[in-house]
Design a protein around this ligand. Structure first.
Ligand SMILES: Cc1ncc(COP(=O)(O)O)c(C=O)c1O
Length: 387
């Protein structure tokens, strides 16, 4: 099946004799077994609410099909998908290689939280070659953590090279695949052991709940992930799993529009006098663009621009003039967003040297002409403030 068909056909209640179109929400803590033998049998799959019931299994099946993996497990947030996946493979004395462009809370989990338990993290340049990664590997390196494209600055990483470096050194490669929605990039086919998404973004797609997915490439990796989530007491509500599965039905349609709007806006912004640089993986100017061209089939709605330097009061006027772009964290919902971000604060292996403010845009599903009018309004307000 092609992805568009998988998104419609998987995770549906087909095995019931007469059934609704969608897998119902099953809310449960206790699961009741009619007989002792059923209890033993059930223990292999659905046993207790915390481990998920049929609603969760349906979402997991759909994500596994989309990502092309062996098995998917759910976490209550994208961040916990990242942290539980890392925890599955490290112990005291181990070492992690993490991209310098990682989502900041994932980064802090390693160099602030895991550090207390004797796990060391080295950050690497997201554009590092395989030989440079290999040189950073230690006997104790158990995980390479990649996020591609990187948060805020969108460097596209060489996933096959990272996978080789990880496997040569006996480590696992975990990839945060949120930007592609699991639709435009398949890290497992490129060699990753684990592909993670913050389902909060494109899978859910409506900015109304949080959830994470962890897809493993093989049975042994999947088992480690399962016990990591089990042992930290992770739980996902069936209502949230239902919303994610419902979101997935329209994922490709939404992503097509996010893609078109973002590319159109990125090109339009690139021609503006106020803009110093546009960072969009599908544009040649993006660091790692060749990797995007080789490994991705499209681009989603999130990108950044670097403005020419302006004083903060003028920048505030820019943001305050928006009527459509919301000022807010997260992304992947149907609505457009703009936030002032600070890559210079979250880097240690590389340096962010651009002087102007970085604005990260999420292109939503609105009409492109209205989005441009909104941006024009913001630039005009900034120009007035600069007079
Ligand atoms: C790339 C990336 N990974 C992980 C996360 C964390 O996801 P959540 O907000 O669902 O915890 C985010 C959130 O913004 C993100 O942008």
């Amino acid at each position: 099946m092609k992805d568009n068909t998988k998104l419609v056909a998987t995770g549906r209640p087909h095995n019931r004799p007469a059934h609704p179109v969608n897998m119902p929400v099953e809310r449960a803590s206790t699961i009741l077994f009619p007989t002792y033998d059923d209890y033993l049998e059930g223990a292999k799959n659905i046993t207790y609410g915390r481990l998920g019931v049929s609603t969760h299994r349906a979402l997991e099946a759909a994500v596994t099909a989309l990502e092309g993996g062996f098995e998917t497990r759910l976490a209550p947030s994208g961040l916990q998908a990242c942290t539980a996946a890392i925890l599955a493979f490290v112990s005291a004395g181990d070492h992690i290689l993490m991209t310098d462009s990682a989502y900041d809370p994932t980064r802090k989990f390693c160099d602030r939280f895991l550090e207390r338990f004797g796990v060391e993290t080295t950050f690497y340049d997201p554009l590092a070659k395989k030989s440079e990664i290999a040189a950073l590997m230690r006997p104790a390196t158990k995980v390479i953590f990649a996020e591609s494209p990187g948060s805020l600055t969108f460097e596209v990483q060489d996933i096959p090279a990272l996978a080789e470096a990880a496997h040569d050194g006996g480590a696992k490669l975990i990839v945060d695949n949120t930007w592609s929605g699991g639709y435009f990039c398949k890290p497992i086919a490129l060699g990753a052991d684990v592909s993670i998404q913050s389902a909060t973004k494109y899978l859910i797609g409506h900015a109304d709940c949080l959830l994470g997915t962890i897809t493993s490439s093989d049975e042994q990796t999947a088992s480690k992930i399962f016990y990591s989530l089990l042992q930290i007491g992770s739980n996902v509500s069936a209502d949230d799993a239902f919303l994610a599965l419902r979101g997935m039905r329209t994922l490709s349609t939404r992503l097509d529009r996010h893609q078109r709007n973002a590319l159109d806006l990125a090109k339009w912004l690139g021609k503006r006098n106020e803009v110093d640089a546009v960072i969009h993986p599908a544009l040649k100017s993006c660091p790692g663009h060749a990797n995007w061209k080789r490994d991705f089939t499209g681009s989603s709605g999130l990108f950044s621009v670097v403005l020419k330097p302006v004083p903060l009061p003028a920048l505030k006027t820019f943001f305050n003039a928006f009527k459509l772009f919301g000022i807010g964290f997260s992304w992947g919902g149907y609505e457009s967003l703009a936030v002032h971000v600070h890559p210079e604060k979250d880097r240690s292996a590389t340096r962010w040297t651009k002087e102007g403010s970085v604005v990260r845009f999420h292109a939503g599903l609105e009409d492109i002409d209205d989005l441009k009018i909104d941006l024009e309004r913001a630039f005009n307000a900034m120009a007035t403030a600069l007079k």
